[in-house]
Design a protein around this ligand. Structure first.
Ligand SMILES: [Zn+2]
Length: 483
């Protein structure tokens, strides 16, 4: 498909001829599939194919962006000219020239790994799987049972005026099941593997490894049992143990979004607020306890935020975000890094599709494992609560104060898991919460959770992010607050 490089090159040349001092173009071809079943029957199958080219042009202080749903050279040239025209119009608002952090112009090719091509699995097999797990959930107490799978197949070709020339093929897929039990005045839901399922840059083998049939009965029974469980008590301070799926959401909301450099710089505030983190404190601010080590690492095999190169051609590389509890890094691109005086882009720039401007997105922002285990945490806890699987979240627009709810909880008494608790919630201020972290699961419990629906930007872009996480214990946390 070398012709796609020619299309991208035509777009870049047109932008330069129209006055851009830097330009890049992405030709993208995307193919997706989504199937959903409910109460024993497949209800929807959506398959879509899209292709086009998107061009960024830099003039003075401003980017211009333009995209066309067409992969012909003539359309690409028009898109390049339009991108430069948009950038030129934006320079009417005065500002200092926008710089780009140095990055060697890379030429390369990258493909995500998979063992079973998800397109090679028949629709009949996929449908049978989803229908049978929803039937099982129904037989075990679910009033509404749902199952779904999704596949994304993306090919992209990037060319820049500095000499980048990169093609990538990324295959992602995953699945989700959930059981809803309806009581007299409430409903209770259990999902597997997490609230949104589990996704990765992998093939259909990921869905087989999830073993949905082996978990369907259990989650339906748990949803039903929650209807008659006791409410999570309201306590000002207790020991809180979180399962790894809830930890993934905790990291996403309270660390991942807070360390996006465009939010810290105040460029991005519209969709989910800015950040409590202030740039002068980078390198010295205590974010959490010594056990807290967070990295943004797009090189992790199979994780949903993995790729070979970001959408401006920076090779994937691990970036320390929090080291031994101290805030040391951000998620950045070449422009935000240059403005903030950070030497190198974190390689965190991605666009949802050819028709959206690339922006700072989480890669795999995750917690490095410790040396304990969930069992060890329970055994070491005299009085506390274990919660897992996200249900609700609310966080202020500086990403500082939050309240999260989980689908399920258990009382921990004398080192043992006790009665089931429904509607568990916890609330805290981010640095105080992370500062109370005192036990972490080990490498055996390290799970690369994938979030396929992170919204950001205007117009909104949906991003795919990864969150490696382990179970963790936090001391003296307020729980059971009623929303
Ligand atoms: Zn998000």
């Amino acid at each position: 498909m070398w012709a796609m490089y020619d299309v991208a090159t035509a777009a870049v040349e047109a932008a330069l001829n129209a006055g851009a001092r830097y330009a890049d173009a992405r030709v993208m071809e995307m193919r997706t599939e989504a199937m959903a079943a409910r109460n024993g029957a497949v209800e929807s199958l959506d398959r879509e194919e899209r292709a086009g080219v998107g061009v960024r042009a830099l003039i003075g202080s401003s980017w211009g962006f333009f995209a066309v749903p067409d992969v012909g050279s003539a359309a690409a040239r028009r898109a390049g000219e339009q991108a430069a025209a948009v950038a030129r119009a934006s320079t009417l608002v005065p500002g200092a020239d926008l710089g780009l952090a140095e990055e060697p112009a890379t030429q390369g090719s990258w493909q995500s790994d998979y063992r079973v091509d998800p397109w090679s699995v028949s629709l009949a097999e996929k449908g049978d799987l989803l229908e049978s797990v929803t039937r099982t959930m129904g037989e075990h107490g679910a009033d509404v049972s749902e199952a779904s799978h999704r596949i994304w197949d993306t090919r992209k070709w990037l060319v820049s005026s500095e000499g980048h020339r990169i093609d990538q093929h990324i295959v992602e897929c995953g699945a989700s099941i959930s059981a809803l039990a309806v009581g007299e005045r409430e409903t209770q839901q259990r999902s597997y593997p997490g609230i949104r399922g589990q996704y990765g840059t992998r093939g259909w083998e990921l869905i087989r490894e999830l073993d949905l049939p082996a978990n369907a009965a259990r989650i339906a029974e748990e949803a039903r049992a929650l209807l008659t469980a006791d409410q999570c008590p309201s306590l000002n301070a207790t020991d809180l143990i979180l399962g790894s799926e809830q930890m993934a959401l905790q990291i996403h909301e309270s660390v991942g979004h807070a360390v996006e450099l465009d939010r810290i710089l105040g460029w991005e505030a519209a969709f989910a607020g800015t950040s409590w983190l202030e740039l002068p404190k980078l390198g010295s601010l205590r974010f959490g306890s010594e056990l807290m080590n967070i990295t943004a690492d797009a090189t992790l095999p199979g994780a949903l935020g993995s790729f070979g190169f970001d959408d401006e051609g920076t090779p994937a590389h691990p970036v320390d975000i929090v080291r031994d509890g101290v805030w040391v890094g951000t998620l950045s691109g070449r422009d935000s890094a240059a403005l903030a005086g950070i030497e190198r882009s974190a390689g965190a720039i991605r666009a949802e599709g050819f028709n959206r401007i690339p922006m700072v997105r989480m890669t795999n922002v995750g917690l490095l494992p410790g040396s304990d285990s969930l069992d060890a945490m329970i055994a070491a806890t005299d009085d506390g609560i274990l919660m897992d699987t996200n249900r609700s979240w609310s966080i202020d627009d500086k990403r500082l104060n939050f309240q999260f709810g989980c689908q399920i909880g258990w009382e921990i008494k004398g080192g043992k898991r006790g009665r089931l608790l429904k509607n568990p919630t916890y609330t805290a201020i981010s640095p105080r919460f992370w500062g109370s972290l005192d036990m972490l699961g080990g490498p055996d419990e390290w799970t690369f959770w994938g979030t396929p629906n992170c919204g950001k930007g205007q117009p909104q872009q949906i991003g795919h992010t990864g969150h490696p996480a382990v179970p963790a214990r936090f001391r003296g946390i307020r729980v059971g607050v009623r929303g």
